[in-house]
Write a protein that binds this ligand. Structure first.
Ligand code: CMP
Length: 136
């Protein structure tokens, strides 16, 4: 078993598709081990995405992620990191395969509905950023 960190981003919450995304997550066989709705501050979003701080999209990304509530999740499954990334699809919804979260619910690379950790070390940092050990 492996755990990964996921976000249902502010665009998806605003569109009212959080429930559909959760249903697909559970339908794909993930166990939800942690779940909370939060509204990140700009500073909290900057801390979360610090690895992208030198990228030109950092300001827009952290504005967007602090623009409204999102749902943070701890998902568990065999090979959870890859499974969730496959279910999300490509970062840019225009390049994502049919049936993926980003294809079906994302509008652009900036408003792409969901986030997922890309490696075990990232998952450990991201889970620890939003969940205390005793919650999981
Ligand atoms: P996410 O998986 O949350 O990780 C960083 C986010 O930055 C990414 O999804 C996109 O929404 C956003 N982003 C905007 N522009 C780019 C880009 N050129 N490359 C990668 N991510 C980008």
């Amino acid at each position: 078993m492996q755990r990964t960190f996921a976000i249902i981003k502010p665009d998806a919450v605003k569109k009212g598709v959080s429930g559909q995304i959760l249903a697909r997550i559970e339908g794909a066989g993930f166990t939800v081990r942690g779940m909370r709705m939060i509204h990140m501050s700009k500073g909290e979003a900057e801390g979360f995405y610090h690895v992208h701080s030198a990228r030109p999209f950092f300001g827009g990304l952290t504005d967007f992620m602090s623009s409204g509530p999102c749902v943070v999740l701890c998902l568990e499954a065999p090979d959870a990191i890859k499974q969730w990334r496959d279910l999300m699809g490509a970062t840019d919804p225009a390049k994502a395969e049919a049936g993926t979260m980003r294809k079906d619910f994302g509008a652009s690379i900036d408003n792409n509905a969901t986030h997922g950790s890309d490696a075990p070390e990232t998952a450990a940092f991201e889970l620890g950023y939003f969940f205390r050990g005793m919650e999981l």
